[in-house]
Design a protein around this ligand. Structure first.
Ligand code: PBG
Ligand code: ZN
Length: 323
């Protein structure tokens, strides 16, 4: 008689038969860049995660490289916000400065992803340009987003990562990059980005919460998966080099379907709320941080993710939670 427990009878056989694992180079660490120098400020809602100025970010990246973490997602936290969010494409802004500084220091040893959105730069906190009724205007926003993406590519971003959920953002970014000779700059689209309550701590970190209403007119409604699959397909057709599902944990069904639908690399974003729930529970002795983090990240890989953007990346590498 077949007895499935035989396949779990020793650690050696369990390890030998395991189907998924996590490598350091599958993790992407997020960095929140503020203006000034020698600034390192812990984010209240995200214990262990800091806003940092460019000089500190260089040290952070150097530390991470020693630990085997070589992929970074860069977010800007500007002092000045405006109605149109012009800061997003300011060539002298903190994000372009940091991108070129990191490239000068580390070259191809690091892969830099630049988040492309307006919400950190607009005074109203929405991801695009508003009309008089507070509606985010799609095509007008595309021009700004494309300018921002080009600015980051010029500064040294290896990948630009539009997170704004405007229709046709990928094709418009691809066009401006190609028109300016940036054929080798890749696009990671936040394709299936849901209007999620798990982004709360990030909005604290990036100071980017919308001043009125919410993002449900552009981010996906979580009561379904079909629109998500369409967004993924659409971004693929528009020329995205890789696709993303976000958040991760409550959306692994979407990840699995996305994996079945596309042959492009698939990323997931283990978002701020997911991070903080684990971190704060662990800090209070309710769970074993190491075991929970690895279980969560493994589940994302098992669902079909190639790469994972995670605030846990440095802890995972530093404490040798994986090989
Ligand atoms: C900007 C952006 C957000 C996140 C990544 N890029 C916030 C949002 O859409 O409100 C969320 C990341 C996280 O929660 O960790 N559009
Ligand atoms: Zn945004």
């Amino acid at each position: 008689m077949r007895r499935p427990r035989r396949l779990r009878i020793s650690k050696n056989i369990r390890d030998s038969l395991s189907e998924v694992d996590i490598r350091r180079n599958q993790l992407i660490s997020g960095l929140f860049i503020v203006e000034g120098s020698n600034v390192k400020r812990e984010i209240k809602t995200m214990p262990g995660i800091y806003q940092m100025s460019m000089d500190i970010a260089v040290k952070e990246v150097s530390d991470c490289l020693e630990l085997g973490i070589s992929n970074f997602m860069i977010f800007g936290v500007p002092n000045n916000k405006t109605f149109l969010g012009e800061g997003a494409w300011d060539k002298l802004g903190t994000v372009p400065n940091t991108l070129s500084e990191l490239k000068n220091n580390f070259g191809k040893e690091v892969t830099l992803f630049a988040d492309v959105c307006l919400c950190e730069y607009t005074d109203h906190g929405h991801c695009g340009i508003l009309d008089n009724n507070g509606y985010v205007q799609n095509d007008l926003s595309l021009d700004s987003l494309a300018k921002a993406a080009l600015t980051y590519a010029e500064a040294g971003a290896d990948w630009v990562a539009p997170s704004n959920m405007m229709d046709l953002r990928v094709i418009s970014i691809r066009k401006i990059l190609d028109d300016n000779g940036f054929h080798n700059t890749s696009i990671l689209s936040y394709s299936a980005k849901f209007a999620s309550n798990y982004y709360g701590p990030f909005r604290d970190a990036a100071n980017s919460a919308p001043m009125f209403a919410d993002r449900t007119e552009y981010q996906l409604d979580y009561r379904g998966y079909r629109q998500a699959l369409y967004e993924l397909k659409s971004d693929e057709i528009q020329g995205a080099d890789a696709l993303m599902v976000k958040p991760a944990l409550a959306y692994l069904d979407i990840v699995q379907r996305a994996r079945q639908q596309t042959d492009l690399p698939l990323f997931v974003y283990n978002v701020s709320g997911e991070y903080s729930m684990v971190k704060i529970a662990a800090n209070n002795g309710l769970i074993d941080e190491r075991k929970i983090v690895i279980e969560n990240l493994t589940a994302m890989r098992r669902a079909g993710a190639d790469m994972i953007i995670s605030y846990h990346a440095k802890d995972v590498a530093k404490n040798n939670w994986i090989m």
